[in-house]
Write a protein that binds this ligand. Sequence first.
Ligand code: ZN
Length: 296
Amino acid sequence: MPVDDVLHRFLLEHAGVRGAVVRLGPAWREVAGRADYPPAVRAVLGEALAASALLTGNIKLDGALSVELKSSGALRLLFAECTDHGRLRGLARWNEPLPEPLVLKALPDAGMAITIGNVERGQRYQGLVDLQHAGVADALENYFIQSEQLPARILLAANDEYAVGLMLQKMPDEGGHHAAKDDDAWSRVVHLTATLGVEELLATAPEQLLYRLYHEESVRLFEPRPLAFGCSCSRERVTGMLRSLGRDEVEAALAARGDEIEVICEFCAQRYHFDRIDAELLLSAHAAPIAPDTTQ
Ligand SMILES: [Zn+2]
Protein backbone atom coordinates (compact mmCIF):
# COMPACT_ATOMS: atom_id res chain seq x y z
CA MET A 1 0.00 0.00 0.00
CA PRO A 2 1.51 3.38 -0.94
CA VAL A 3 2.23 5.59 2.03
CA ASP A 4 3.03 8.88 0.30
CA ASP A 5 0.76 10.99 -1.88
CA VAL A 6 -2.37 9.25 -0.69
CA LEU A 7 -5.74 10.05 0.79
CA HIS A 8 -7.31 7.46 3.06
CA ARG A 9 -10.89 7.68 4.15
CA PHE A 10 -11.80 5.80 7.27
CA LEU A 11 -14.61 5.11 9.68
CA LEU A 12 -14.46 4.59 13.41
CA GLU A 13 -17.58 2.50 13.16
CA HIS A 14 -18.61 2.06 16.76
CA ALA A 15 -17.79 5.64 17.63
CA GLY A 16 -19.83 6.99 14.71
CA VAL A 17 -16.93 9.08 13.41
CA ARG A 18 -15.76 9.41 9.83
CA GLY A 19 -12.45 10.79 8.77
CA ALA A 20 -9.72 11.19 6.24
CA VAL A 21 -5.98 11.26 6.42
CA VAL A 22 -3.70 12.74 3.77
CA ARG A 23 0.02 12.30 3.40
CA LEU A 24 1.85 14.23 0.68
CA GLY A 25 5.49 13.57 -0.09
CA PRO A 26 6.67 13.97 -3.72
CA ALA A 27 3.56 16.00 -4.65
CA TRP A 28 4.26 18.46 -1.84
CA ARG A 29 7.96 18.73 -2.67
CA GLU A 30 7.03 19.51 -6.27
CA VAL A 31 4.79 22.40 -5.14
CA ALA A 32 7.20 23.64 -2.47
CA GLY A 33 10.11 23.59 -4.93
CA ARG A 34 8.46 26.00 -7.36
CA ALA A 35 9.54 29.10 -5.47
CA ASP A 36 12.04 30.09 -2.82
CA TYR A 37 9.45 30.09 -0.05
CA PRO A 38 10.42 31.40 3.39
CA PRO A 39 9.80 28.70 6.05
CA ALA A 40 6.65 30.34 7.46
CA VAL A 41 5.05 30.67 4.00
CA ARG A 42 6.09 27.15 3.05
CA ALA A 43 4.46 25.83 6.23
CA VAL A 44 1.06 27.43 5.56
CA LEU A 45 1.22 26.46 1.89
CA GLY A 46 1.85 22.84 2.86
CA GLU A 47 -1.01 22.92 5.33
CA ALA A 48 -3.36 24.42 2.74
CA LEU A 49 -2.31 21.83 0.14
CA ALA A 50 -2.90 18.96 2.56
CA ALA A 51 -6.23 20.54 3.48
CA SER A 52 -7.35 20.84 -0.15
CA ALA A 53 -6.92 17.09 -0.54
CA LEU A 54 -8.32 16.29 2.90
CA LEU A 55 -11.54 18.21 2.26
CA THR A 56 -12.23 16.19 -0.90
CA GLY A 57 -12.30 13.06 1.28
CA ASN A 58 -15.94 12.99 2.24
CA ILE A 59 -17.63 14.91 -0.56
CA LYS A 60 -18.69 13.94 -4.04
CA LEU A 61 -16.45 16.20 -6.08
CA ASP A 62 -16.92 17.17 -9.70
CA GLY A 63 -14.06 19.41 -10.74
CA ALA A 64 -11.77 20.78 -8.06
CA LEU A 65 -11.67 21.98 -4.50
CA SER A 66 -9.51 24.98 -3.69
CA VAL A 67 -8.48 26.74 -0.52
CA GLU A 68 -7.53 30.35 -1.14
CA LEU A 69 -6.41 33.19 1.08
CA LYS A 70 -5.86 36.77 0.03
CA SER A 71 -4.73 39.73 2.08
CA SER A 72 -3.17 43.15 1.68
CA GLY A 73 -0.47 42.10 4.14
CA ALA A 74 2.74 40.11 3.92
CA LEU A 75 1.01 36.93 2.72
CA ARG A 76 -0.71 38.31 -0.38
CA LEU A 77 -2.00 35.04 -1.78
CA LEU A 78 -2.19 31.44 -0.75
CA PHE A 79 -3.79 29.01 -3.18
CA ALA A 80 -4.05 25.24 -3.02
CA GLU A 81 -6.19 22.98 -5.16
CA CYS A 82 -7.06 19.30 -5.47
CA THR A 83 -9.05 17.97 -8.41
CA ASP A 84 -11.45 15.05 -8.56
CA HIS A 85 -8.60 13.10 -10.19
CA GLY A 86 -6.33 13.74 -7.21
CA ARG A 87 -4.17 16.31 -8.98
CA LEU A 88 -2.72 18.87 -6.61
CA ARG A 89 -1.18 22.28 -7.21
CA GLY A 90 -0.59 25.37 -5.15
CA LEU A 91 1.35 28.57 -4.75
CA ALA A 92 1.85 31.51 -2.44
CA ARG A 93 2.85 35.12 -3.01
CA TRP A 94 4.34 37.15 -0.22
CA ASN A 95 6.16 40.35 0.68
CA GLU A 96 9.14 40.65 2.97
CA PRO A 97 9.37 41.20 5.85
CA LEU A 98 7.06 38.49 7.09
CA PRO A 99 5.59 38.87 10.57
CA GLU A 100 6.93 36.38 13.08
CA PRO A 101 4.92 34.28 13.74
CA LEU A 102 2.74 34.41 10.63
CA VAL A 103 -0.77 34.65 12.09
CA LEU A 104 -3.54 34.49 9.48
CA LYS A 105 -6.12 36.48 11.42
CA ALA A 106 -3.59 39.31 11.93
CA LEU A 107 -3.14 39.84 8.18
CA PRO A 108 -4.88 43.03 7.02
CA ASP A 109 -7.98 42.60 4.83
CA ALA A 110 -7.53 38.83 4.96
CA GLY A 111 -10.18 36.68 3.37
CA MET A 112 -10.25 32.93 2.99
CA ALA A 113 -12.52 30.89 0.78
CA ILE A 114 -13.18 27.31 -0.16
CA THR A 115 -14.32 26.88 -3.75
CA ILE A 116 -15.78 23.64 -5.01
CA GLY A 117 -16.83 22.94 -8.55
CA ASN A 118 -16.20 22.69 -12.21
CA VAL A 119 -14.63 25.77 -13.81
CA GLU A 120 -15.38 24.64 -17.37
CA ARG A 121 -19.06 24.24 -16.68
CA GLY A 122 -19.26 27.32 -14.51
CA GLN A 123 -20.71 25.31 -11.64
CA ARG A 124 -19.03 26.61 -8.58
CA TYR A 125 -19.86 26.89 -4.93
CA GLN A 126 -17.85 29.19 -2.73
CA GLY A 127 -17.85 29.28 1.06
CA LEU A 128 -16.16 32.05 3.03
CA VAL A 129 -14.04 30.93 5.95
CA ASP A 130 -14.21 33.07 9.06
CA LEU A 131 -10.63 34.04 9.82
CA GLN A 132 -10.83 34.39 13.57
CA HIS A 133 -8.04 31.87 13.96
CA ALA A 134 -4.28 31.83 13.84
CA GLY A 135 -3.82 28.92 11.47
CA VAL A 136 -5.29 27.14 8.45
CA ALA A 137 -6.40 24.08 10.45
CA ASP A 138 -8.32 26.03 13.10
CA ALA A 139 -10.00 28.21 10.49
CA LEU A 140 -11.12 25.23 8.41
CA GLU A 141 -12.21 23.26 11.43
CA ASN A 142 -14.40 26.15 12.51
CA TYR A 143 -15.77 26.44 8.97
CA PHE A 144 -16.85 22.81 9.01
CA ILE A 145 -18.42 23.01 12.41
CA GLN A 146 -20.40 26.09 11.31
CA SER A 147 -21.44 24.85 7.89
CA GLU A 148 -22.30 21.26 8.71
CA GLN A 149 -23.45 21.74 12.30
CA LEU A 150 -21.43 18.72 13.32
CA PRO A 151 -18.36 18.47 15.55
CA ALA A 152 -15.11 18.22 13.58
CA ARG A 153 -11.36 18.14 14.18
CA ILE A 154 -8.75 19.08 11.61
CA LEU A 155 -5.00 18.71 12.12
CA LEU A 156 -2.50 19.90 9.51
CA ALA A 157 1.28 20.01 9.46
CA ALA A 158 4.05 20.50 6.94
CA ASN A 159 7.81 20.39 6.89
CA ASP A 160 10.30 20.34 3.99
CA GLU A 161 9.50 16.73 3.18
CA TYR A 162 5.85 16.13 3.97
CA ALA A 163 2.50 17.87 4.16
CA VAL A 164 -0.07 15.93 6.13
CA GLY A 165 -3.59 16.27 7.41
CA LEU A 166 -6.09 14.43 9.56
CA MET A 167 -9.80 15.20 9.67
CA LEU A 168 -12.49 13.75 11.89
CA GLN A 169 -16.20 14.39 11.73
CA LYS A 170 -18.90 13.13 14.01
CA MET A 171 -21.51 11.46 11.89
CA PRO A 172 -25.07 12.60 12.29
CA ASP A 173 -27.05 10.44 14.69
CA GLU A 174 -29.45 8.37 12.68
CA GLY A 175 -32.13 6.09 13.96
CA GLY A 176 -30.62 2.84 15.21
CA HIS A 177 -27.08 3.98 14.52
CA HIS A 178 -24.36 2.76 16.82
CA ALA A 179 -23.31 6.32 17.59
CA ALA A 180 -26.54 7.04 19.42
CA LYS A 181 -25.63 4.42 21.98
CA ASP A 182 -22.18 5.81 22.53
CA ASP A 183 -22.54 9.38 23.74
CA ASP A 184 -18.96 9.60 24.94
CA ALA A 185 -17.51 8.35 21.68
CA TRP A 186 -16.78 11.73 20.14
CA SER A 187 -15.01 13.09 23.19
CA ARG A 188 -13.06 9.84 23.53
CA VAL A 189 -11.89 10.08 19.89
CA VAL A 190 -11.00 13.77 20.30
CA HIS A 191 -9.04 12.88 23.41
CA LEU A 192 -7.12 10.13 21.57
CA THR A 193 -6.42 12.54 18.72
CA ALA A 194 -5.07 15.14 21.12
CA THR A 195 -2.26 12.76 22.08
CA LEU A 196 -0.87 13.13 18.58
CA GLY A 197 2.06 15.53 18.27
CA VAL A 198 3.02 17.38 15.11
CA GLU A 199 6.25 15.40 14.73
CA GLU A 200 4.42 12.09 15.01
CA LEU A 201 1.80 13.23 12.51
CA LEU A 202 4.56 14.15 10.04
CA ALA A 203 6.60 11.00 10.59
CA THR A 204 3.95 8.26 10.54
CA ALA A 205 2.39 6.47 7.57
CA PRO A 206 -1.42 6.84 7.42
CA GLU A 207 -2.39 3.27 8.21
CA GLN A 208 0.07 3.05 11.07
CA LEU A 209 -1.11 6.41 12.39
CA LEU A 210 -4.76 5.37 12.47
CA TYR A 211 -4.10 2.09 14.23
CA ARG A 212 -1.76 3.75 16.72
CA LEU A 213 -4.37 6.36 17.61
CA TYR A 214 -7.58 4.41 17.38
CA HIS A 215 -6.64 0.75 17.89
CA GLU A 216 -9.26 0.45 20.60
CA GLU A 217 -11.94 1.70 18.23
CA SER A 218 -12.86 -0.38 15.23
CA VAL A 219 -11.13 1.33 12.30
CA ARG A 220 -12.49 0.64 8.86
CA LEU A 221 -10.04 1.85 6.26
CA PHE A 222 -11.18 2.42 2.68
CA GLU A 223 -9.06 1.95 -0.43
CA PRO A 224 -6.46 4.70 -0.60
CA ARG A 225 -6.92 7.32 -3.28
CA PRO A 226 -3.65 8.18 -5.05
CA LEU A 227 -2.68 11.84 -5.26
CA ALA A 228 -0.08 13.55 -7.45
CA PHE A 229 1.18 16.94 -8.44
CA GLY A 230 -0.58 18.13 -11.55
CA CYS A 231 -1.62 21.31 -13.24
CA SER A 232 -4.75 22.04 -15.21
CA CYS A 233 -3.21 24.83 -17.27
CA SER A 234 -3.64 24.61 -21.03
CA ARG A 235 -3.00 26.72 -24.11
CA GLU A 236 -6.74 27.21 -24.34
CA ARG A 237 -6.93 28.68 -20.85
CA VAL A 238 -3.92 30.93 -21.39
CA THR A 239 -5.51 32.10 -24.64
CA GLY A 240 -8.66 32.99 -22.74
CA MET A 241 -6.62 34.86 -20.15
CA LEU A 242 -4.80 36.90 -22.86
CA ARG A 243 -8.09 37.65 -24.61
CA SER A 244 -9.53 38.95 -21.36
CA LEU A 245 -6.62 41.40 -21.05
CA GLY A 246 -7.67 43.16 -24.23
CA ARG A 247 -5.80 44.49 -27.24
CA ASP A 248 -3.78 47.22 -25.50
CA GLU A 249 -2.17 44.87 -23.02
CA VAL A 250 -1.59 42.15 -25.59
CA GLU A 251 0.05 44.71 -27.93
CA ALA A 252 2.23 45.93 -25.06
CA ALA A 253 3.27 42.38 -24.23
CA LEU A 254 4.12 41.67 -27.90
CA ALA A 255 6.16 44.86 -28.13
CA ALA A 256 8.08 44.05 -24.96
CA ARG A 257 9.46 40.75 -26.33
CA GLY A 258 10.03 41.31 -30.04
CA ASP A 259 6.56 40.34 -31.27
CA GLU A 260 6.25 37.32 -29.05
CA ILE A 261 4.38 36.68 -25.83
CA GLU A 262 5.63 34.11 -23.38
CA VAL A 263 3.36 33.04 -20.54
CA ILE A 264 4.89 30.81 -17.88
CA CYS A 265 2.51 28.92 -15.62
CA GLU A 266 3.33 29.72 -12.01
CA PHE A 267 2.09 26.35 -10.83
CA CYS A 268 4.00 24.02 -13.15
CA ALA A 269 6.44 26.25 -15.13
CA GLN A 270 4.92 25.20 -18.45
CA ARG A 271 5.74 27.85 -21.09
CA TYR A 272 3.22 29.05 -23.65
CA HIS A 273 4.29 31.10 -26.67
CA PHE A 274 2.17 33.34 -28.85
CA ASP A 275 3.45 35.17 -31.92
CA ARG A 276 1.73 38.09 -33.64
CA ILE A 277 -0.44 35.83 -35.76
CA ASP A 278 -1.60 33.90 -32.67
CA ALA A 279 -2.29 37.19 -30.94
CA GLU A 280 -4.34 38.56 -33.84
CA LEU A 281 -6.31 35.34 -33.98
CA LEU A 282 -7.11 35.31 -30.31
CA LEU A 283 -8.06 38.99 -30.28
CA SER A 284 -10.31 38.65 -33.31
CA ALA A 285 -11.97 35.41 -32.22
CA HIS A 286 -15.41 35.75 -30.81
CA ALA A 287 -14.96 36.15 -27.07
CA ALA A 288 -15.45 32.73 -25.56
CA PRO A 289 -16.52 32.41 -21.95
CA ILE A 290 -13.44 32.37 -19.77
CA ALA A 291 -12.86 31.27 -16.26
CA PRO A 292 -12.03 33.97 -13.74
CA ASP A 293 -9.27 34.00 -11.12
CA THR A 294 -6.69 31.28 -11.45
CA THR A 295 -7.30 30.45 -15.07
CA GLN A 296 -3.81 29.18 -15.81
ZN1 ZN B 1 0.48 24.80 -15.20
